[in-house]
Design a protein around this ligand. Structure first.
Ligand SMILES: Nc1nc2c(ncn2[C@@H]2O[C@H](COP(=O)(O)OP(=O)(O)OP(=O)(O)O)[C@@H](O)[C@H]2O)c(=O)[nH]1
Ligand SMILES: [Mg+2]
Length: 1126
């Protein structure tokens, strides 16, 4: 069986990637057809690799599938000698493992995993649409995986039939398309280099990842042959070198291919010279290359590429269309109707209407066929179509003569066979597995470095080096260590697997689904029925918990079927069965326990955008569902399955389509029991909570203080249930809160303010630009920094006092005043607790202190100190104010000591808890700065030693954390609450007709159009817009319905987080507002007045989470409530 696999130098691994619908699967069809797996008639329309029903129904690819193809490679110089005797003996068999990947963003992880295991990629670009959103992404990704690309410009036929361009116009367009692809690649390389330089600067070491070859590989040059012009639908394609060779071979141009290819894609034409008599027969074709200049004389002169590359194709299209129209079949391939769709000639002959070689129009075809065919010379004469008889034969044999498209397909795929040029180019341009492992992709195929982990274990080192060397050289020998990398798992039906000696899994007998791993063998030979070590992506070197798998079975990938093989040598792809129970999404398998996992590309993974809660309708099915979910998350790397504390099972997917497909798969494939009924919740949208500034007064610390002393009505959220039921809320006002440690043994005072994302970045060490300094100044004023202090020093003070920053834009700092001890107070207490007034009256209590000198309440021990501390904390702001610097007594010094040693450490936990769930709807808090302003500790004298104090009652870290959490939450509630929304970036194409319905739909969903530009040469607009995630559901079907298909389905990816600038608790109060917005609507929320988007979201989230939504709502008929449906 091993003869199936050729040695690595005869093997190539490539993946096809592109934007959605640019023709990847159609291209794959053509390549598969050349192997005789599908018939010629089906190539281009069958979409063989879209093997699932759903993929065929929707017409898009959802899962990457692989197939191994055999090809006979003919060296390109075989045809360059003019002697026609060069035989096919110089052609050698090669194997190309081809992976077809999906184009839709929702399935982008499938692309990532395909790229991971290949060495080359076929980058397909639609000649009409050009580079699209997804193309840019795959280019970046393919580059990160260090692949060598070949550009395939597909659908070139559309330039002729749809856009009706002349060959010259088409040539110019193709040239500018290549330029635009090159520009995009160059821009990408530049930005990657800059980033790498930056990384190097930060890490202070050289990584040397981008080599010179990189920019070489990523420059597409028609002359070099890494650009193929193709029409996958009609099965033709050619590259400039292949055209040059055939023009020379067929004696159309008397210039050696090596020279000719340099001119062929430039502004040149060939000037025939009048033959000079004698040897006119053989050398009639002399002439010279001329630079094309527009003069009167040669204004009709086409550039070489247009004349020899495109013109014959254009003529074939036109000729066949004319013939079809003539004989009564009608033609509809030209969009401008130049060939009438109805018959011009009334077919009187009875019987079948068919196109014959003699039908008028076909003479034009025949003539064109004689020029510029790129049929390999080794091809048999049966494929020859340059004579009338053969033309007729081909049409009869392929049974294509009754349809215009079929005739075109059968002729064109012989005239310039697509599969040939693509497979030859793959062999010539993409690296072999050996070369890839050695030079091209050393980083992508690198196994983890063992250095730090096994420095002192020399015998491991030796084994490890042996494995490394074997991988680097793609060693296929029998004694080389066997190592393979499983880049993804996939599900297959048992019926697809051709395995005579199948091992039946005791547990899985009912299941018709088999999970297979797609693996690339890196060194040695994998053998069916042997056992191997399986290492997950986070495997540590020398980890004793290594999994020894049960005997694996290996399969050859044949698209929709899998054929058992005995062994697979290095350099090939295969499917592996019996790995599913290891439950890793990627794995390294090896016969030695030291074959370390390959380095992953974790940063490539997209953020899942759509989450739902899945539960089985029949509780008895829960176990089945759980097993199904495990399989689903294994087989699809992009699906995240999590369980919440409440027992919900959350499935997160990349997009709506991905979700729909995953749920279908879950029901039909992964759940062993057929017909499991599932209940899927509404999509779960993530929000964030944050706060806004009160008003300009707050931006000035003095103003803030004076405002605090005034009696102002509390914010609405503090008066309406359920928000006012937050613990500790009575001690908070205007973003300041004093939180009592349980048992009243201490209290922390804090203030929360909005934190601009730019300042957050600066705190983490990012750059400070002008906008950022403005923001810092603004924050500085609000915190009471002197007016003349500059941004830099404010930032420094903040950065010095930062206790912690989290991942969602929040930070906690201890004010300088607190750090210095000015606002730390020890309260000597006889009752073992600090004094707690009933309600915090910030301004009032400070004044009353001055008025009656605290005598009125002097009966409570420690009250005076408490009031003093309060004033200190309140008035000092962030900085310590020298003038007001309080004398620190020994009690305070003891408190400060206790703060530093016992309390500070547990703050981070409290801060994180508070940030994980905000007070409004328990969503994560974003962009908030917490400032610890002051601290009080109830102290007792320690009798054992003089002047020594200890905490009145024991203080634990948990108590501190809880107090901080409560404090932050109630301080946040006492500030204007805002929601933070996730925004998506969406790109789509629309015709002008579609705009009319597109804009209103986007507007209604609060979308913002960022850019709309014409796509060159088409009447399509490329539109990019931002859209709040919460409003994105069902957008594609709505657009489709309203615009009657004039607008394409949008591509959506995560863009950024942004504050929803709407006060969720706002109601019209003034007369003017009431006039503008109306009275409180009776249909609205009774507790909060008007319909309000932000509030609407908040209520939805609270409802979903089972939080109290509206405690004023009374249930009238409680016994009628159903609890089944949430
Ligand atoms: N005119 C023309 N149409 C083509 C050509 N190649 C593909 N198409 C059409 O383009 C459509 C999409 O083709 P697919 O091969 O499914 O595209 P894909 O890139 O695999 O799409 P996804 O897998 O969904 O990303 C089909 O309707 C094809 O018939 C071509 O060369 N010329
Ligand atoms: Mg496809």
């Amino acid at each position: 069986m091993s003869s199936v696999f050729l040695p690595p130098d005869k093997t190539r691994l490539v993946t096809i990637c592109a934007h959605v619908d640019h023709g990847k699967t159609t291209l794959a069809d053509n390549l598969i057809e050349s192997n005789g797996i599908i018939s010629e008639r089906h190539a281009g329309t069958l979409r063989y690799l879209d093997s699932t029903e759903e993929e065929q129904r929707r017409g898009i690819t959802m899962r990457a599938s692989a197939i191994g193809l055999r090809h006979r490679y003919t060296p390109s110089n075989a045809g360059s000698s003019s002697s026609s005797s060069s035989s096919s003996s110089s052609s050698s068999p090669i194997i190309v493992h081809l992976l077809d990947s999906p184009g839709h963003t929702d399935f982008s992880t499938e692309v990532s995993s395909s790229l991971q295991c290949c060495d080359g990629c076929l980058l397909v670009v639609d000649a009409v649409e050009g580079m699209c959103a997804r193309t840019h992404q795959v280019v970046r990704e393919a580059h990160s995986h260090q692949l060598v690309p070949i550009l395939i410009i597909n659908k070139v036929d559309r330039l002729c039939t749809d856009l009706c361009l002349t060959p010259t116009e088409a040539y110019i367009r193709l040239r500018s398309l290549i330029e635009s692809v090159n520009a995009a690649c160059a821009a990408m390389l530049v930005s990657k280099r800059a980033k790498r330089r930056e990384d190097e600067r930060v890490l202070n070491k050289k990584s040397g990842l981008l080599s010179k070859g990189d920019s070489n590989n990523w420059t597409f040059d028609a002359q070099r042959g890494n650009v193929v012009f193709a029409s996958a639908l009609f099965g033709w394609g050619f590259s400039v070198p292949s055209l040059a060779r055939s023009l020379f071979r067929n004696k159309i141009l008397p210039i050696k291919p090596i020279m000719l290819k340099q001119y062929l894609f430039g502004d040149f034409y060939f000037k025939q010279q009048p033959s000079n008599g004698s040897n006119s027969n053989t050398d009639s074709n002399t002439g010279k290359m001329m630079k094309l200049k527009v003069t009167v004389e040669n204004q009709n002169q086409l550039p070489l590429f247009a004349e020899y590359g495109l013109q014959p194709l254009w003529e074939i299209y036109e000729g066949v269309a004319a013939a079809a129209a003539y004989c009564g079949l009608g033609s509809n391939i030209f969009s401008d109707g130049r060939i009438p769709a109805t018959a011009t000639f009334n077919n009187k002959s009875k019987g079948k209407i068919e196109i014959k070689a003699t039908t008028p129009g076909m003479d034009q075809v025949l003539q064109a066929m004689q020029a510029g065919s790129t049929m390999p010379e080794s091809a048999t004469s049966a494929a020859d179509i340059t004579s009338l008889d053969n033309l007729q034969q081909v049409m009869t044999r392929t049974g294509s003569s009754t349809s215009e498209e079929a005739v075109l397909r059968s002729l064109l795929r012989r005239y310039r066979p697509l599969s040939d040029i693509v497979l030859n180019s793959v062999y010539e341009i993409c690296p072999s597995p050996i070369q890839a492992a050695e030079d091209v992709r050393p980083r992508a195929l690198a196994i983890m470095d063992s250095k730090e982990r096994c420095a002192d274990e020399n015998n491991y080192e030796e084994e490890f080096t042996r494995i490394k060397v074997a991988i680097r050289s793609c060693d296929v020998s029998n004694d080389a260590p066997a190592v393979a990398y499983v880049c993804k798992f996939m599900a297959a039906d048992r019926s697809q697997i051709r395995d005579p000696g199948r091992i039946d899994d005791e547990n899985d007998e009912t299941s018709s689904t088999v999970i297979l791993g797609l693996a690339r063998v890196l060194s040695g030979r994998l053998k069916t029925s042997s056992t191997y070590h399986v290492m997950g992506p986070k495997h540590k070197f020398n980890d004793p918990n290594i999994i020894r798998s049960r005997p694996i079975r290996l399969f050859l990938l044949m698209g929709s079927s899998f054929v058992l093989v005995d062994e697979v040598p290095a350099g090939h792809l295969c499917a592996i069965q019996n790995l599913e129970d290891v439950q890793y999404k990627t794995a390294t398998i090896s016969d030695s326990p030291y074959g370390m996992p390959l380095l992953g590309f974790a940063d490539m993974i997209q953020r899942p955008l759509v989450k739902v809660n899945v539960e089985a309708i029949d509780p008895a099915d829960t176990y089945t569902l759980e097993r199904g979910l495990v399989k689903l998350s294994l087989a699809d790397a992009a699906v995240e399955v999590t369980a919440t504390a409440k027992g919900e099972r959350i499935v997160a997917c990349l997009g709506e389509l991905h979700l729909e497909q995953s749920i279908l798969d879950l029901q039909n494939i992964y759940c062993d029991k057929k017909g499991v009924q599932l209940r899927i919740s509404e999509p779960i949208v993530e929000f964030g909570e944050t706060t806004a500034w009160f008003d300009d007064n707050e931006l000035d610390f003095e103003g803030f203080l004076s405002e605090s002393r005034k009696q102002v009505p509390p914010l609405r959220q503090l008066t309406i249930p359920p928000y006012n039921e937050e613990e500790g809320i009575e001690f908070s006002q205007r973003g300041r809160a004093r939180s009592i440690v349980s048992g009243r043994v201490g209290a922390v005072s804090m203030r929360v303010v909005p934190l601009d994302p730019m300042i957050y970045e600066a705190l983490k060490g990012g750059d400070v630009d002008e906008d950022c300094s403005d923001a810092i100044n603004k924050l500085g004023r609000a915190l009471g920094f002197p007016k003349d202090q500059n941004a830099e020093s404010i930032l420094k003070v903040l950065a010095d006092t930062v206790i912690s920053v989290d991942d969602s834009g929040n930070a906690i700092v201890a004010s300088s005043a607190l750090e210095s001890g000015t606002t730390v107070a020890g309260v000597l207490s006889e009752k073992d607790e600090i004094y707690v007034p009933n309600k915090l009256e910030l301004g009032a209590s400070a004044q009353s202190l001055e008025e009656d000198n605290g005598e009125s309440k002097n009966d409570v021990c420690g009250l005076l100190e408490y009031e003093m501390v309060q004033r200190q904390i309140r008035d000092n702001g962030f900085l310590l104010n020298d003038a007001e610097k309080r004398k620190i007594t020994s009690v305070d010094a003891a408190a400060l000591e206790i703060w530093r040693s016992q309390m500070k450490g547990s703050l981070i936990a409290g801060f994180q808890m508070a940030m994980r769930a905000g007070p409004i709807c328990e969503e994560p808090v974003r962009s908030v700065l917490v400032i610890l302003e002051g601290l009080e500790v109830a102290l007792k004298e320690d009798k054992r030693s003089e002047n020594e104090f200890k905490t009145a009652s024991p203080l634990s870290g948990g108590m501190m954390a809880a107090a901080l959490r409560i404090g932050i939450r109630s301080a946040l509630l006492s500030r204007p609450a805002r929601l933070v929304e996730c925004h998506l970036k969406l790109t789509l194409n629309s015709s002008f007709a579609g705009l009319g319905s597109l804009y209103p739909v986007l507007f209604k969903r609060r979308g913002k159009v960022l850019e709309d530009s014409m796509v060159d040469g088409t009447d399509l607009l490329l539109i990019s817009a931002n859209l709040p995630h919460a409003e994105s559901f069902g957008l594609a079907p709505e657009l489709f319905r309203l615009s009657s298909g004039e607008v394409t389905a949008p591509e959506m990816i995560f863009s950024h987080w942004d504050i929803l600038e709407q006060d969720p608790f706002w109601i019209p109060t003034s007369l003017e507002e009431r006039e503008d917005f109306g009275e409180i609507q009776s249909s609205g929320d009774v507790s909060t007045g008007m319909d309000n988007t932000a509030l609407h979201y908040i209520r939805k989230v609270r409802e979903r989470k089972g939080l109290l939504v509206d405690s004023s709502r009374t249930v009238i008929a409680a016994e009628k409530q159903r609890t089944i449906k949430r």
